[in-house]
Design a protein around this ligand. Sequence first.
Ligand code: 13P
Length: 247
Amino acid sequence: MKYFIGNWKMFGVPKSVNILNRINSFYAKDKNRNKYRVIITPPFTLIESFAKYFQRKKILIGSQNCYQKDFFSSDTSAISPYMLKSVGAKYTLIGHSDNRAEGDNDSILKDKVKFAIKNNLKVVFCIGENKLEKKNKRTLSVLKKQLIKVLESKFDKKNIIVAYEPIWSIGSGKIPTKQELQKTTTHIKKVLKNIFKKKSPAVLYGGSVDGNNIDMLKQISEIDGFLVGGASKSSKKFIDIIKNYYR
Ligand code: 13P
């Protein structure tokens, strides 16, 4: 199974459901539709209405983050995995570099993963090196540390997807070379196999994915799908990624 996940970040109002309608119409007719899953993570404000609207359709709705506690608490503005599940979210991103930059450390991330899974949300755990780490050839060691500090064998791997998003690539139009990506995804899967005893969860790539560079990205067999930011805000651009992937 491949994954095409659209992360809307701070984008969208109720009428933006039209974008998803167009993606859904394409998906419903696509002869390849059994080979992949489409997940959209809109902002918190739209999760409930979108999840209801797409209940009987194939597009799944997730959140972009969740709080590191289980149920209800007195933390102002926090939204727990329990609350997200109760309004129809099926997935949640955890560890996006935007949230790491705002203070999400390994111990917070571990709690987020733990409580998300406990509440039956599937976790898309994001990792990635920054520009300086890449320059200093620390990519592989940084990624390994990000994985082993948070993921544990007791988490069921069926509930976890890992998204590799190099920070320097997000929103920049730049992506790693084919050779670099082959090496990093193989490394990530090796680390994950060690954590989860033999079989690795799915590993996605994210960072400036579009309808053109997908031609190169699809040649890397270790990559199980894509976490798309900017291009997921346009139905045409998002559909082009899927179309060109299966071309
Ligand atoms: P872009 O596709 O806009 O580079 O964003 C990637 C991302 O951060 C998705 O989570």
